[in-house]
Ligand binder design. Structure first.
Ligand code: GLN
Length: 469
C-alpha cells in the first residue's frame, strides 16, 4: 500500500514504530500532488520546501519520544484558514497576494499537535458555492469522475484527500461545505456544533453559521483530528466553556437500541429515485446494527433554503465590507460574480423598508427550524438523512443557474441554521459516483455522532472504495 493512502491512525502508528519517516510520508503525498494535481486542481498553493522541513523536524521529535497527536502527519488546509507566512487567498483574486501575519487558532493547534502543512486547498471563492466552480483559481475536479464536480465549497480539501494527496484535511461548513464534498468524494466529514472549533483567523463567510471541521478517510480519524482543534478560544467569544471529551474513546460502543429518526421531509423532496433506494438500504443496515428507526417530522424544512439564502447573504455583505483594498488585498473590483450577487442580495434584505419583510422574518423562521430539531431530539437520539438530493453533477451544469445550485443545499443548511453537528459518512456508489449520508444530533453530541458513524462504517466499509485516477 502507498504511504499516501494510509488512514491517519495507520500513519501515526507507522511513524511511531518507525516503519517509515514523516519525510517519506510527506514525499509520498507531494509526489501524488505532482503527478495528479495538474488535472484535479485541488491545491492553490503547495508548500514543498516548508512541508519537508516540518517533516524533518517531526522525525527528530519522534526520535526524541514525542507522540503529539498529529506529529509528522501531512495535511491539506482549506485556503480560508489564515496561515502565518503562507499565502491565504480564500480562492479570490481579491486576496491573491495576501500573506497573513498570524495563524488561525485551528492552525496554531494543528501545528502545535505536530502536523505537516502540505499546502492550501482550493475552494469556492469566499466559500460561496456547492461545486468548487466559483474559485478564481479554476474548478477542482472530482477524482471519481473528472467531468463531475467534487462538491463545494471545500472542494480541494475533499478532492485532495480522496485522491491520496494528503492524510487528512480541513474545511469549513456554513451551509454544507464539509458534508457535501465529503459525500461526493467518498470520505468522512464533520460539521461540528457551532462554536465547538474556533473561527478566529478563518476568513468569515456568514459568522452565525460558519463551522470549522475536518475531512478524513475514516470516522475514527475524524475523532482524532477533532480532539486537536475543539475547545474554548479566548479570541472567539462563540466558543463555550464546555469540556472537550476524547472523541475517539467511546467510538466502538455500538448503537444497540439507539433511537434514530428519519425526517419525512428529507426523503420526499425531489430526491433522485436511485438515491431513495440506496437510502432505504442504509436504514436496513442501521436496523441490523440494533438501532430503532423512527419516523419524525421537521415541519419547517421547506423554508430552510429561503431562510438560509436571506440570512447568509446578509452576513456575507457585512463580512466582505472589510475587503476594501485599503486593509487587505486588491480593491472591490476583483470580487467575482457570486460574491457580488451575495453582497447585493444581503445589502437589499438588510436595507430600511425590507429588513422586517426579509431579514427579520428569516430570523424568526430560523428559530422555528431550530425548534423542530429540539422537539425531535426529545424522542430520538440522532437523525439519519441524505446529504444531497442528487449525485455529483457535471462541471458547468449548474454554475450559470444560481437557484439550481442553491437547491443542492436543501438537506445541509438546516444543521447550520440550528447550530447542530452533522457527520457525513460514505454510503456506497451509484453509477461509479459516491453517495454519503449525514448523521445529525443535538448540539455538542459529536461523541454520539462518531459512535453512530463508526458502527455504520465498520459494518459497510464503503470508505475502502477508491477512485481510479
Ligand atoms: N453551498 C452553500 C452556499 O453556497 C454553503 C457554502 C458553505 O457551507 N460554505 O452558501
Amino acid at each position: 500500500m502507498n504511504l499516501n493512502s494510509l488512514t491517519l491512525k495507520e500513519a501515526k502508528k507507522g511513524l511511531l514504530s518507525k516503519d517509515f519517516s514523516s519525510v517519506e510520508l510527506t514525499k509520498a503525498c507531494l509526489g501524488q500532488i505532482e503527478k495528479y494535481d495538474k488535472e484535479i486542481n485541488s491545491y492553490i498553493t503547495v508548500c514543498n520546501e516548508e512541508a519537508l522541513k516540518q517533516a524533518e523536524l517531526s522525525d527528530s521529535k519522534i526520535k526524541d519520544g514525542d507522540d503529539s497527536p498529529l506529529l509528522g502527519i501531512p495535511i491539506a488546509v482549506k485556503d480560508l484558514y489564515s496561515t502565518k507566512g503562507i499565502r491565504t487567498t480564500a480562492a479570490s483574486k481579491v486576496l491573491e497576494n495576501y500573506i497573513p501575519q498570524y495563524d488561525a487558532t485551528a492552525i496554531a493547534k494543528i501545528k502545535n499537535a505536530g502536523a505537516v502543512i502540505l499546502g492550501k486547498a482550493n475552494c469556492d471563492a469566499w466559500a460561496h458555492g456547492s461545486s468548487g466552480e466559483n474559485s478564481d483559481f479554476g474548478p477542482t475536479k472530482n477524482p471519481w469522475n473528472k467531468n463531475c464536480v467534487p462538491g463545494g465549497s471545500s472542494s480541494g480539501s475533499a478532492a485532495s484527500l480522496a485522491s491520496d494527496m494528503c492524510i487528512a484535511s480541513t474545511g469549513t461548513d456554513t451551509g454544507g461545505s464539509i458534508r457535501l464534498p465529503a459525500s461526493f468524494c467518498n470520505i468522512v466529514g464533520l460539521k461540528p456544533t457551532y462554536g465547538r472549533v474556533s473561527r478566529y483567523g478563518i476568513v468569515a463567510m456568514a459568522s452565525s453559521l460558519d463551522s470549522i471541521g475536518h475531512f478524513t478517510r475514516t470516522v475514527e480519524d475524524n475523532a482524532m483530528f477533532l480532539n486537536v482543534t475543539a475547545g474554548k478560544d479566548v479570541f472567539d467569544a462563540t466558543t463555550p466553556y464546555i469540556a472537550v471529551p476524547d472523541y475517539a474513546k467511546g467510538i466502538k460502543n455500538g448503537i444497540e437500541n439507539l433511537k434514530i429518526g428519519v425526517p419525512k421531509e428529507y426523503i420526499n423532496s425531489g430526491m433522485d429515485p436511485v438515491l431513495s433506494d440506496l437510502f432505504q438500504n442504509v436504514l436496513t443496515e442501521f436496523e441490523s446494527l440494533g438501532a430503532n428507526i423512527i419516523n419524525v417530522s421537521l415541519p419547517h424544512t421547506e423554508y430552510a433554503i429561503a431562510c438560509y439564502y436571506i440570512i447568509q447573504p446578509a452576513e456575507v455583505s457585512s463580512n466582505l465590507a472589510r475587503y476594501d483594498g485599503i486593509r487587505y488585498g486588491n480593491d472591490r473590483s476583483y470580487f467575482g460574480k457570486e460574491a457580488k450577487r451575495r453582497i447585493i442580495l444581503g445589502t437589499y434584505t438588510l436595507s430600511a423598508g425590507y429588513y422586517d419583510a426579509y431579514y427579520k422574518k428569516a430570523m424568526q423562521v430560523r428559530t422555528l427550524i431550530k425548534k423542530d430539531f429540539e422537539d425531535a431530539f426529545k424522542n430520538i437520539d440522532a437523525i439519519v438523512a441524505p446529504v444531497s438530493p442528487t449525485l455529483p453533477w457535471k462541471l458547468g451544469e449548474k454554475v450559470n443557474d444560481p437557484l439550481k445550485m442553491y437547491l443542492s443545499d436543501i438537506f445541509t443548511v438546516t444543521a447550520n441554521l440550528a447550530g447542530i453537528p452533522g457527520l457525513s459518512v460514505p454510503a456506497g456508489l451509484v453509477d461509479g459516483l459516491p453517495v454519503g449520508i449525514q448523521i445529525l444530533g443535538p448540539q455538542f453530541s459529536e461523541e454520539m455522532l462518531y459512535r453512530v458513524g463508526y458502527a455504520f462504517e465498520q459494518k459497510t466499509k464503503h470508505y475502502k472504495e477508491k477512485p481510479k485516477l
